[in-house]
Design a binder for this molecule. Structure first.
Ligand code: NAD
Length: 387
């Protein structure tokens, strides 16, 4: 370890101002392990609100910017001992590409929320830029940070379930069951606007999490898909409900559901994976449990914090079993992976793969392709058989 790696990293944030949702979660998650400090920001699209939001968080005036270009220009002028190590991008989707591209081109490490960008061309450009600049780029598919998701990944990939045959993943919410975007709800407004959200609504917003969860746990690649998207709420231009059939390379079959009009449901993300020798079931609303149903034996419920879990699941847990851990800790695990990778780069050594465990720009790019192929499939009527 060099002097450079034995210090707190410094980060900036773009988006995440007053009344924003996920930016504050990112800041809390980063703070959890004390490995990086928040030193600069452009927190809102509105310059006055950006600055007021920065003052709430005690940012000094000279690092509290009204817009992200001002933030980037200022960072480039600062001496190395003050400059940020990475930026977290937590704006609505349409701003991910310009901000991420500019910071990567300037040589900064980046964490960006999902979905990565709007188009496949943008995703390819970002993957190319990250490779060329040699920067770290994490995408906050935060559900893959849960210890019991990491345990599921280990069990599937080590062959404990046998050959994977069937995968069912559902992410169901109810909060967009009415036209909230017409009632001044900011989060609903940009999510229902194609110019800001992108080509998809629910499929991009939460279907992308479902796709990433399956890919992370199983390592299987989608070979083809058949999608049905609809918008139940009148006047909403993007899907609020989607159902997909999936075919994976190697023969497994899957079903993916992403819907935001399921009245009464909150964040009901569920994963079920069946192999020739058993099934695993995980639910994000009970994240510390993983149910294992072997074909030839009694079912068992594995719980977070137990000593018999795999090392990556054990490392992802901070407190003894039975004390609830959750969303922010899972998010912190993604940041832990990114920070481990940045520290390895600063030290000029190869990162420990168990530590640098986080979704990368390539995962984000695959998510963009998933959204694009889903929207394309949904426009086709070919697979439907009239009753
Ligand atoms: N990983 C997750 O679980 C998760 C959960 C929610 C949202 N998200 C993603 O996070 C992002 C933000 O979602 P949200 O729900 O927090 O949205 P939000 O509307 O609550 O917050 C967005 C923030 O970005 C700011 N912003 C907009 N344009 C900006 C610009 N040009 N420069 C600086 N700031 C700008 C807004 O002023 C606001 O503060 C989206 O990409 C969303 O898909 C991820």
């Amino acid at each position: 370890m060099t002097e450079m790696t034995l210090r707190k990293l410094r980060y900036a944030m773009v988006g995440g101002g007053r009344d924003a949702f996920i930016g504050a979660v990112h800041r809390k998650a980063i703070a959890l392990d004390g490995q990086a400090e928040f030193v600069a920001a452009a927190l809102s699209s509105n310059p006055e609100k950006a600055k007021a939001s920065g003052r709430d968080l005690f940012l000094p005036d000279d690092r509290n910017h009204g817009d992200w270009r001002g933030l980037l220009d200022d960072e480039l002028k600062r001496p190395a001992h003050e400059r940020i190590d990475f930026v977290s991008i937590v704006t609505p989707n349409h701003m991910h590409f310009p901000v991420a591209q500019a910071f990567v081109e300037a040589g900064f490490h980046v964490v960006c929320d999902k979905p990565l960008v709007h188009t496949r061309e943008q995703a390819d450009a970002l993957v190319e830029a990250v490779a060329r600049k040699g920067t770290v780029f994490g995408v906050t598919y935060n559900y893959t940070g849960y210890p019991m998701v990491r345990q599921a990944r280990e069990m599937v990939r080590s062959g404990e379930l046998g050959e994977i045959r069937k995968i069912v993943v559902e992410y169901n919410q109810g909060w967009l069951a009415t036209r909230l975007e017409g009632e001044g709800n900011k989060q609903a407004a940009w999510r229902s606007d194609p110019a800001q959200s992108g080509a998809a609504g629910a499929i991009g917003d939460i279907g992308s999490h479902a796709e990433n969860l399956v890919a992370t746990v199983t390592g299987l690649e989608i070979e083809s898909l058949c999608a049905d998207l609809t918008s139940f709420v009148p006047g909403r231009p993007l899907d609020d409900d989607g159902s997909l059939l999936l075919r994976f390379k190697g023969g497994a079959r899957g079903v993916l559901v992403a819907s935001q009009i399921n009245t009464g449901l909150e964040n009901d993300l569920r994963l079920r994976i069946s192999g020739a020798q058993g099934t695993l079931v995980w639910r994000q609303e009970r994240p510390s449990e993983l149910t294992h149903l072997p074909h030839d034996g009694p079912k068992r419920i594995l719980t977070r914090g137990a000593p018999w879990l795999c090392e990556s699941a054990r490392r992802a847990s901070r407190i003894p079993s039975g004390h609830p851990e959750g969303f922010i800790e899972a998010f912190a695990n993604i940041y832990g992976g990114v920070i481990a990778d940045i520290r390895a780069k600063l030290a000029g050594v190869a990162a420990d793969p168990l530590a640098a465990d986080y979704p990368r720009v390539e995962d984000g790019a695959r998510g963009v392709r998933f959204i694009e192929r889903t929207v394309t499939s949904a426009k086709s009527e070919v697979k439907w058989t009239a009753w």
